[in-house]
Write a protein that binds this ligand. Sequence first.
Ligand SMILES: Cc1cc2nc3c(=O)[nH]c(=O)nc-3n(C[C@H](O)[C@H](O)[C@H](O)COP(=O)(O)O)c2cc1C
Length: 202
Amino acid sequence: MHVLTVLDHPDPESFTASAARSFMAGVEAVGHSVELADLNAEGFDPRWSLADIEADGGGAVPPDVQKEQARLARADAVCLVFPLFWWGMPSMTKGWVDRVWSWGWAYDQLDDPEISLQRPRSGILLVAAGVRSDEMAAGGYLSALETAWIKGTFGYFGFSPRKLEVLYGTKGPLSRRKSLLDQCYRAGYELPAPAAYARRDG
Ligand SMILES: Cc1cc2nc3c(=O)[nH]c(=O)nc-3n(C[C@H](O)[C@H](O)[C@H](O)COP(=O)(O)O)c2cc1C
């Protein structure tokens, strides 16, 4: 498989950047090929613009969106790695999703979140969070994100199978962060094939 990792963090020394590197190491250990979209380092513009609206209506697709769509087109699996900000995506990731997974390219209907214009791709979200897992569940945040992202967003984009892995307690001791990085490596190593491939094999 060819696996695209989309990283959102401005600091290459951050936990989030380390999480992306650990995931890619796991992917490479199985023999898959990797590609990194480092959105901050590359200066991706997350602002939804008039050009994006015109593209939705049949106009030219902005070149930066075309570049990201080409990356996605050659990927069999996609991993988004970002820190949890106010129980949601940071603005860079949010803007990348808004602009790149566009109407007419990724989806064109609104009533079935299991149908996409895109072929099935294995999808995983590795989300770094300061909170503990019990606080996250008790507050209802985990089920809210499962609903918004896994049920409500990434099916439209053809992610199948798809999974949310929250990396809890990133501000904890070194041993904690080390075990979270092991979790990321395993997520890469055990990354499932896209649904269509699984069906063909079966
Ligand atoms: C603006 C901002 C909002 C945040 N919101 C949340 C939040 O809603 N829930 C949470 O668990 N952590 C939250 N955090 C903590 C980040 O998730 C945490 O800093 C991150 O997991 C650590 O990753 P890093 O060291 O790579 O920056 C927030 C941090 C910032 C800067």
